[in-house]
Design a protein around this ligand. Structure first.
Ligand code: ADQ
Length: 467
């Protein structure tokens, strides 16, 4: 078999594009190298004319085929329907959803064009693996053009209940395109149940366990919780903890004596950054004995800055951090540092290892890889404590973290206090279980388990997620 991966963005090594070590792009690339394959998607750039054909570039065992979008397509398909309608909707933020019919038309148009350009590249025994919400209708478009290959989809973000999803105009039409897939992978069982529930409620589909049928094809919907490359991230953390100490002195004090609480997220409203800053302020107000002894380092590189809701969040996080620092800081201690830039994997790994508390408190998140990275980076003899939102997919696997409701500022504040006071023996006990879980379901396990299910190579009972 040959593997064909389709994703919104394609990172091409020959363009010198950086791929996060251990990240999804690396895992997909290594699966492609193993099987030999094609990676198809948007180049990330726009051009005046839409691409009318693609010319794959072969590098080693993998060919890359990229399509340029027009600026109008970037606006409607990417910024508009994907990121102002589907993203907030899938994260249960109906109030932020901006539905525009012309954006929806642009979204369908790009999916149609992707299908048209991909079909001539396909071979009869190709297995096609499509990624994420930008490309939901792609399999239906490929089927319309006569493609009968196995086609799988993985949804990286949450899938809401039918009640929420049904608020989207054309929701029944869009959800029914999911039945063009042979296999749909979700991050959690809840997401899988929500999608199946939506197909039953909005399309009258028939459900039999993980199998759902609304037309000629039966689709399997199953959770495949995504992981990280635990072993290489652990090594990175060991190697870079010393180098990380110098740049974070501003938060930990000149002698490094202060404790460090860390948050790392793309600047996105789903990540609960503003609520987290408020919770840290609440913690310092309720427990003044900690003032001067602990600092929060929030790393938050801006993303999707062209979308107005993201620009507003940028402003809001500055405002809240400034207000709390002015109210609670001292001449020699700044409680919160917000740093809005991306760091190398090794710098991040070192920061995680230096932090006594990892604060991962999204309001809603598909999985959240930062939770797994934080655990992978810890020193097993003296590990830090993970405070984790119950609304992150990761909470379904990582129950030994301190699980919190991110909407409850008081609860998050108390969890920070508990984490800072936790005895070493309990920290070690929790860490060991968490590490074992993320190591057993790392990124290599995820890729091979998904592909085994898609190609029908492994018996279903061998594919159960680890406890
Ligand atoms: P994201 O929403 O991007 O991913 P997440 O899973 O946390 O969220 O992954 C973010 C990645 O970016 C992590 O690897 C993190 O280390 C990195 N990162 C964050 N800030 C950084 C910084 N300042 N510098 C460098 N790197 C930084 C989507 C879904 C998630 C799902 C993933 C994978 O929203 O729920 O877990 O896909 O499926």
């Amino acid at each position: 078999m040959r593997l064909v991966v389709v994703s919104n963005r394609v990172t091409m090594p020959e363009r010198g594009e950086k791929v996060a070590a251990g990240g999804l792009a690396v895992a997909l690339r290594s699966a492609l190298e193993k099987h030999g394959g094609l990676w198809f998607g948007w180049s990330g750039t726009t051009s005046a004319e839409p691409s009318s054909r693609v010319e794959p570039v072969r590098l080693g065992n993998v060919s890359y085929a990229v399509v340029d979008l027009t600026e109008a397509e970037r606006q409607s398909y990417y910024l508009g329907f994907s990121n102002r309608a589907l993203w907030p909707l899938m994260h249960y933020r109906l109030g932020l959803t901006d539905f525009d019919r012309s954006d929806y038309a642009g979204y369908l148009g790009v999916n149609r064009r992707f299908a048209k350009l991909l079909v001539p590249q396909l071979k009869p025994d190709d297995v096609i693996w499509i990624h994420d919400y930008h490309l939901i209708p792609l399999a239906a478009e490929l089927r319309r053009r006569g493609v009968t290959n196995r086609i799988g989809y993985f949804h990286h973000i949450p899938w809401p209940s039918a009640e929420v999803f049904g608020a989207l105009p054309f929701s029944a039409t869009l959800i029914s395109t999911m039945t063009a897939y042979d296999l749909v992978g979700m991050q959690t069982q809840t997401d899988a149940d929500n999608l199946i529930g939506g197909l039953v409620a909005l399309r009258g589909a028939h459900r039999d366990g993980e199998r759902v049928k609304a037309g000629p094809r039966e689709t399997v919907v199953r959770p495949f919780p995504i992981g990280i490359d635990v072993e290489s991230f652990r090594k990175l953390a060991v190697a870079s903890v010393r180098a990380a100490t110098q740049p974070i002195r501003a938060t930990t004090g000149p002698l490094g004596g202060r404790k460090l609480v860390i948050g790392v997220d793309r600047l996105d409203y789903s990540k609960g950054i503003v609520q987290r800053l408020e919770a840290f302020g609440q913690f310092l107000r309720s427990h003044p004995e900690h003032r001067g002894n602990v600092g929060l380092l929030q790393i938050a590189p801006p993303s999707r800055s062209d979308v107005p809701e993201y620009a507003e969040l940028d402003r809001q996080s500055d405002e809240v951090a400034g207000r709390l620092n002015a109210a609670l800081g001292e001449f020699d201690w700044t409680p919160i540092r917000v740093v809005k830039k991306a760091y190398s994997r090794s710098a991040l790994a070192g920061f995680y290892r230096r932090a006594q508390v990892g604060l991962v408190t999204p309001m809603r998140d598909g999985m959240n890889l930062v939770a797994k990275e934080y655990i992978a980076a810890q020193n097993p003899e003296d590990p830090g404590v993970l405070v984790l939102s119950r609304f992150a997919g990761a909470a379904h696997q990582m129950g030994e973290a301190l699980i919190v409701n991110p909407y409850d500022t008081h609860e998050v504040a108390e969890a920070i206090r508990t984490a800072l006071a936790m005895p070493q023996s309990e920290r070690v006990r929790r860490f060991e279980r968490l590490y074992a879980t993320i190591a057993a379901s790392d990124i290599g396990w995820w890729t091979s388990r998904y592909l085994a299910a898609l190609t029908g190579a492994e018996a279903a009972d061998k594919l159960a997620p680890p406890e």
